[in-house]
Design a protein around this ligand. Structure first.
Ligand SMILES: O=C1C[C@@](O)(C(=O)O)C[C@@H](O)[C@@H]1O
Length: 144
């Protein structure tokens, strides 16, 4: 079971709750993070969250996970899903299991959202379940 889980949120996810609510829903990022922290705590695990609108910030946080005790990553790379070799390489470098999460179902949206630089390295991918997708990923991490 993962004891220390890191949840990473990519660009524009700080605007969840107000950003295109018809696509991403009304739940804020603070609500999601609080729910995940409570879930981890109830299961005797520690959970940290980090959001950045910057590719390098996400790369730096992933590199820091090598030495801060993290043993599982849940990541919504947001738009970087479709563009970032740098974040993919960081995840490959730390060689830590991770789950890729998307709030929306990227497969029923624009064609460019169907390609991910992460899915083939991920333990699994959750898309389209809204905030519940993060919870499903954390539950998996807690159980494995
Ligand atoms: O910013 C996002 C959010 C997203 O990752 C999602 O959670 O549904 C889907 C991405 O295509 C988009 O760029």
């Amino acid at each position: 079971m993962a004891n220390r889980i890191l949840v990473l949120h990519g660009p524009n996810l700080n605007l969840l709750g107000t950003r295109e609510p018809e696509v991403y829903g009304a739940t804020t990022l603070a609500d999601i993070d609080a729910r995940l922290a409570a879930l981890a705590q109830a299961n005797g695990a520690q959970l940290s969250t980090f959001q950045s609108n910057h590719e390098g910030g996400l790369v730096d946080r992933i590199q820091a996970a090598r030495t801060d005790g993290t043993d599982f990553i849940v990541i919504n790379p947001a738009a970087y899903t479709h563009t970032s070799v740098a974040i993919r390489d960081a995840l490959a470098a730390v060689a830590m299991p991770f789950i890729e999460v998307h709030v929306s179902n990227v497969h029923k949206r624009e064609a460019f959202r169907r390609h991910s630089y992460f899915s083939d390295l991920a333990v699994g991918v959750v898309a389209g379940l809204g905030p519940d997708g993060y919870e499903a990923a954390v539950r998996y991490a807690l159980a494995h």
